[in-house]
Structure formats: structure tokens, C-alpha cells
Design a protein around this ligand. Structure first.
Ligand SMILES: Nc1nc2c(ncn2[C@@H]2O[C@H](COP(=O)(O)OP(=O)(O)O)[C@@H](O)[C@H]2O)c(=O)[nH]1
Ligand SMILES: Nc1ncnc2c1ncn2[C@@H]1O[C@H](COP(=O)(O)OP(=O)(O)O)[C@@H](O)[C@H]1O
Length: 225
């Protein structure tokens, strides 16, 4: 018998549902490697390449970037992590992306954060990010220790161009049209686990309990919920 030692998970949900926030808790407690497609794209944009300029125009308009571009990017990053347990955040966002991932790896669990759109709209107007690390703050929920500055580096925080209210509305519509079908895709494979609520602090203990059961041997669980 071959014992499975790695655990491959996806975290999904509408923009602003708390994927990044939840991912940092999961990484802290279970030691999975975290890959965020949004962080990867923002790093490419920062590098100001031609590809970055193209990606920025998609993102600023509240649209998804092309499937082939993001799939190539994410799958090539995963290639370096063959022996590691990982958590993919923000990918796949379309059925075509899910199929591309599926052709290379079996996903063990998909954690779906189900948060009402009204809650999301309120949150995103007060989201601040540290672009180089992807650390995320919120004026009301988890403010930085010093206003406007990243806790770890002291560097300035920024608001994302795509968090403007009209762009958020477009992203939420795009989510319903393009990403919700991915939930059905994973439900039919029996790996979808949905967590509903309006507060990350209340959802987290349920996610923690679920992963404690799911992660093989669970030697990785180093923290408490
Ligand atoms: N008020 C409030 N804000 C939250 C909560 N959970 C996350 N946030 C904030 O909501 C925003 C979106 O969360 P994020 O993790 O970036 O979501 P993602 O877009 O799905 O990755 C960020 O500013 C978070 O700090 C919560 O329970 N309550
Ligand atoms: N898997 C993906 N497919 C296509 N576009 C993506 C993908 N991941 C991220 N993007 C682009 O980057 C933007 C920001 O992504 P992300 O940081 O994950 O947003 P959020 O945290 O608000 O859900 C998305 O609105 C989209 O334009």
C-alpha cells in the first residue's frame, strides 16, 4: 500500500470572501505551501513587463485574465512543489482552469467560502494590502499596528485599483458567471466543502476542524484554531 503523504487543496470563494485571510491561518496551523494567483499576477504587474501591462488592464477592468496565461503560470509554479502539500488560492476560477489543473494533479479538498455579497462590498472598500508580500489588512477587521504601514516591513500599504465599488460589482457578476460553475465541477467529484458565514473568525474553527480530519496523519497541525 502506498501512503499518501501530500495534501493538495484549493480555497475558493467570491472576491473578498476571505480566501487570503483564511489561507494565512491555514498555512500557520498546517504548514501547507500557499500559492495565490492574484499575488502572482500582481508581482508580474510590478515587474512592468509587456505581459504585466496586459494583465493589469484585465484586472483593473474587473475581468479575469486569459485561462491559458494563468494556467501556465500556476502550473509551472506547482511543478517546483511535487513533494509538498499545497493550498491554491484564487485558482481555478473557470471550469477550463479546473480541467487544466486536473490534467496534472488530483485535488484532495476544495474549501469554498460562501459569504453574502453585501458583506463583501463593505469589506473591500476598507481592504489595504502590502503588495510585495500579499499581506492583507482591513481598517475595521484587522488594522495594521501603525496606520498605512505593513506590520512586518514597515513599508506603505496600498488600496487595490480593482477594489473600487464599480469594479467590485463587475467582479462579483463575473464570479457568478465564470467561477460558480467550478463549484459544481468539484461537487460532482465529491471534494467540495462549503463554509458559510459573514465572519472569518466564526468560519475558521470549522475549517480548522475539517482540515484536522482531512490532512493525512495530520502531523502538520502545529497550531490551534
Ligand atoms: N470586517 C471583516 N473583514 C474581514 C473579515 N475577514 C476578512 N476581512 C477583510 O476583508 C477583506 C477581504 O479579505 P481577503 O482575505 O483579502 O479576501 P479574498 O479576496 O477572498 O482573498 C480584507 O480587507 C480582510 O482583512 C471579517 O470577518 N470581517
Ligand atoms: N485564476 C484566475 N483566472 C483569471 N484571472 C485571475 C485568476 N486569479 C486572479 N485573477 C485576476 O486577478 C484579480 C485579483 O485576484 P485575487 O487577488 O485573487 O482577487 P480577490 O482576492 O479579490 O479574489 C482577479 O480579479 C482577476 O482579474
Amino acid at each position: 500500500m502506498v501512503l499518501q503523504t501530500v495534501f493538495r487543496a484549493v480555497i475558493t470563494g467570491a472576491p473578498g470572501s476571505g480566501k487570503g485571510t483564511m489561507s494565512s491561518r491555514i498555512v500557520r496551523s498546517f504548514g501547507l505551501k500557499h500559492l495565490s494567483s492574484g499575488d502572482m499576477l500582481r508581482a508580474i504587474i510590478e515587474a512592468k513587463t509587456d505581459l504585466g501591462v496586459l494583465m493589469k488592464s484585465c484586472i483593473d477592468q474587473g475581468q479575469l485574465v486569459p485561462d491559458d496565461v494563468i494556467s501556465r503560470l500556476v502550473l509551472s509554479s506547482l511543478r517546483g512543489l511535487e513533494q509538498s502539500s499545497w493550498l491554491l488560492d484564487g485558482f481555478p476560477r473557470t471550469v477550463a482552469q479546473a480541467e487544466a489543473l486536473d490534467s496534472v494533479y488530483d485535488v484532495d479538498s476544495v474549501i469554498n467560502l460562501d459569504v453574502p455579497f453585501q458583506t463583501i462590498r463593505e469589506r473591500l472598500t476598507s481592504r489595504w494590502v502590502h503588495l510585495p508580500s500579499g499581506r492583507v489588512y482591513n481598517i475595521d477587521f484587522n488594522p495594521p499596528k501603525r496606520p498605512g504601514l505593513d506590520d512586518v516591513t514597515g513599508e506603505p500599504l496600498v488600496q487595490r485599483d480593482d477594489d473600487r465599488p464599480e469594479t467590485v460589482s463587475r467582479r462579483l457578476k463575473g464570479y457568478e458567471r465564470q467561477t460558480q460553475p467550478v463549484l459544481e465541477y468539484y461537487r460532482s467529484k465529491g471534494v467540495l466543502e462549503t463554509f458559510s458565514g459573514t465572519e472569518t473568525n466564526k468560519i475558521w474553527p470549522h475549517v480548522h476542524a475539517f482540515l484536522t480530519r482531512k490532512i493525512p496523519g495530520n502531523q502538520q497541525a502545529v497550531g490551534k484554531a
